[in-house]
Design a protein around this ligand. Sequence first.
Ligand code: NAP
Length: 304
Amino acid sequence: MAEKFDIIIVGAGTAGLSAAIYATRSGKSVLVLEEMAYGGQIINTPEVANYPGIAKISGFDFAQGLYDQATALGARVEFCSVSGVEDRGNEKVVKTDGGDFEAGAVILATGAKNRPLGMAHEEEWIGNGISYCATCDGAFFKGKTVAVAGGGNTALEDAIFLSGYCEKVYLIHRRSELRGEQHLQEALRKKENVEFVLNVAIKELTGSDHLEAVVVTDKETGQERKLEVAGLFVAIGQMPKNERFADLVELDQGGYIVAGEDCKTSHEGIFVAGDCRTKSVRQLTTAASDGAVAALAACAYLER
Ligand code: NAP
């Protein structure tokens, strides 16, 4: 017999744990299912300085606070991998590698995973020069030369962080304009050991059994340049991981779950929160906001 809960939340990132806080405070029994570590993407951010009411906090401490708050309120967190959700009318059955769980309503808060460059050797050299997490792996490259690929906030923050450890940091971006916030761009430009390599395409990752260089091509001149580096931090955005729910809820072309600000999916009783849904602003604040909206919508659905 599958264990029953009022609400099952898939994903223990900011959106999922915020939903757990709101649902437990509404008197519901809540199970949160997480396949990796709790906290989601924010645990990889060294410093969060744009969450209203908190001037400065590390991503890890922020995530820990959310987890402690949700579990103290009574949410149960289980670590297992969800393979799909089956709707049996009033009961939704969540299938996992640790068995089935049942709930009256389900909130999908699966976040997103790092987008790869899609280059030869990229996957093979993860841990041997290729990383997607500067906070996790930066210390391995102390005193060495590294590169960061990407022009968004993550890439800029990673480059700032790495410039404190590494001899030199190349910031490689496919356009001349950076996408990341102005204050991060300014902070990075002040670093003497950071070189901007802009308007280039990454042509090749070279090395023997580990990364030794990144070959880039200037998009205007076609000129090639070989950047000898011990590490490449790939920070080119995220991709959702919703394929397993494709039969249940509508996904857009990019794989995001289609929903508006009410966090209701195309399937009654299935809600969505955070970066895994269609939205224009993917931030910590909007993930937390989605968690609250989805939880209260799920509660209203149960009480209909
Ligand atoms: P992002 O904002 O989507 O930026 C991704 C970057 O990678 C862009 O510069 C993009 O180039 C580039 N890119 C995408 N695909 C590429 C490819 N195949 N090859 C080469 N380059 C590629 O992603 P993010 O920086 O991870 O940020 C995600 C979200 O989290 C954003 O909303 C961001 O503001 C937020 N965030 C906020 C903070 C903060 O507020 N402290 C920190 C981190 C992240 P183009 O610019 O040419 O598209």
